[in-house]
Write a protein that binds this ligand. Structure first.
Ligand SMILES: Nc1ncnc2c1ncn2[C@@H]1O[C@H](COP(=O)(O)OP(=O)(O)OP(=O)(O)O)[C@@H](O)[C@H]1O
Length: 505
């Protein structure tokens, strides 16, 4: 093995926050490195520095034996470093081939479209990332879009791939395919750094793990002999807290009734088809399934953001189908959308203001139309502490927080206001294992206090931990509805894979 990348003494401070402190990171050719750490530990900052998106205060990078100019994404790309972000950078209305032609501008030789399509097919074959070059990107599932991004990087000649939580959007078979691709890429003497919170995946494919805590490297070691437990301990500096015992209580009266609900996406395609279920007080209905099977449309329609194309929604027996988001909120339905940066939080606003966003005109935040700042601050500090949000203070802007910590602020607001009904869409997306456990506990506590929860997630372990009943949403329809005592990973996996027993009436 020979050294491919050496980052030395990397430091970056944001105001009072030391996001990276004197970090060293070495990657060998033919190596997969898992980058781990709690939310806010400095992983994204370090990778943005490597990719030139953020300029470090101190430190240097040597790549393939040469000093890399810091602060230049173009320089990083030209040197052969590529970063696959969680939010893709593809043009939706264009074909795969056209997107890759665009991707070649400023790097690689120009090819005719037919030749490009041929190269896409060949690379797809070689790396197990097959994709139709003529498909329009908007018609592709999330996992397929990720393939296009990876192929774009490969065809530009990338030798080092940086992936930011790549598996969070993938189904189990797609995860296996991605991990297989990483191994093939490694076998060619290239290298990968991937950020993840999934310790099992790290143990399966990574050669080395680097663990950050509070902006510092607290461990860089071979994965040989490592266990989920040992990695979790390294991340948090102690043994992880055990999950609290779950007490099952009979649910109360019916709160929500959904009958034959349908919804279309922005381009008019029917994404949700004839979905029916009920939800009781003191109950969590978990909806398993891979994103893109109607999950977003179901959540948005229940929250009143998207208008139903058919069917009806009843709250306590009253038809609320035509109500909008504001009236649903007023009726006690809280919504936690998956897209925290776009719709959950106002990025430029302080954490304090974000936390009272829904109730600013009411007690305890306002009295006689005037906001009581002291109360707002006190509540904000309590919520941020409870949800272990890493932030310099309660008055910093939301955008200064790490991705996982932003998600925790959104959770602290929606769960903290103890709603009657909570619709949570991928609530633990981007959260570290400790925070994930905490969120599950809080959701169950809300249920124990009589709340009713719809918990939409692609994580089967989570769905099993949280759901009193578990439904599977596949291709827009509910294909299975199980009591928790009848549900296990295998049965859910089968339903997800499309071999579902029946459509739920
Ligand atoms: N633009 C910024 N302005 C101010 N502070 C920032 C900025 N970017 C990051 N930080 C701070 O730097 C620290 C590290 O953040 P970073 O995003 O690197 O963490 P992370 O390990 O990637 O977390 P997560 O797992 O939640 O994505 C955090 O405390 C964060 O608030």
């Amino acid at each position: 093995m020979s050294t491919m990348l050496e980052m030395r003494g990397i430091s970056k401070t944001y105001g009072a926050v030391r996001a990276n402190r004197d970090i060293d990171l070495t990657v060998q050719r033919g190596e997969i490195v898992g980058l781990l750490g709690e939310n806010g530990s400095g992983k994204s900052t370090l990778m943005k520095i490597l990719f030139g998106m953020v300029r470090p205060d101190a430190g240097g990078i040597v790549y393939q034996g040469r000093e890399l100019a810091v602060g230049s994404p173009k320089g990083a790309l030209e040197a052969g470093i590529a970063m696959i972000h969680q939010h893709f950078t593809l043009v939706e209305a264009m074909t795969v081939t056209d997107n890759l032609m665009l991707g070649m501008q400023g790097g690689g030789a120009w090819l005719a479209p037919a030749a490009m399509a041929q190269r896409i097919r060949e690379a797809g074959q070689r790396y197990g990332l097959a994709i139709d070059p003529d498909a329009r990107v908007e018609s592709l599932a999330l996992g397929e879009k990720q393939r296009v991004e990876i192929l774009k990087a490969i065809l530009r000649g990338a030798d080092l791939l940086i992936l930011d939580e790549p598996t969070s959007i993938l189904s189990p078979p797609e995860i296996a395919q991605l991990l297989d691709f990483l191994k093939r890429f490694r076998a060619e003497g290239r290298a990968v750094i991937f950020i993840t919170h999934k310790l099992g995946e790290v143990l399966e494919v990574a050669d080395q793990v680097v663990v950050l805590r509070d902006g510092q490297v607290v461990g860089a070691q071979s994965t040989q002999g490592a266990t989920r437990q040992s990695l979790a301990r390294l991340m948090v500096g102690r043994d992880p807290a055990p999950a609290a015992a779950r007490v099952d209580t009979p649910p109360g009266r019916e709160r929500l009734r959904v009958e034959g609900l349908g919804a279309r996406d922005a381009s008019g395609v029917q994404r949700l088809k004839d979905v029916s279920f009920t939800l009781r007080a003191g109950e969590v209905l978990a909806i398993a399934g891979i994103d893109g099977n109607g999950q977003g449309e179901l959540a948005d329609t229940l929250a009143g953001i998207t208008r139903a194309s058919g069917g009806a929604v009843f709250l306590d027996g009253v038809d609320i189908t035509r109500g909008n988001a504001r009236s649903r909120l007023a009726a006690g339905i809280a919504y936690l959308p998956a897209d925290r940066s776009g719709t959950s939080l106002v990025q430029a606003m302080s954490l304090e203001d974000n936390l009272m966003l829904r109730d600013a005109d009411q007690a305890p935040y306002s009295r006689a139309g005037v906001i009581d700042r002291r109360t707002a601050r006190r509540i904000a500090k309590e919520r941020l502490a409870q949800f272990n949000v890493r932030a310099a203070s309660s008055i910093v802007a939301a955008r200064t927080l790490s991705g996982g910590n932003q998600q925790k602020v959104a959770l602290a607001r929606e769960i903290g206001r103890a709603p009657d009904i909570l619709i949570a869409f991928q609530p633990t997306w981007g959260l570290d294992p400790d925070s994930t456990r905490f969120v599950i506990q809080r959701v169950l506590a809300l249920r124990d206090a009589g709340g009713a929860v719809i918990y939409i997630s692609s994580e089967l372990e989570e769905v099993l931990a949280v759901g009193d009943r578990i439904a599977v949403l596949s291709e827009g329809s509910l294909v299975d509805m199980l009591d928790r005592k009848d549900a296990d990973i295998e049965r859910l996996g089968l339903a997800l894979a499309g071999s579902a027993s029946k459509k739920v009436a």
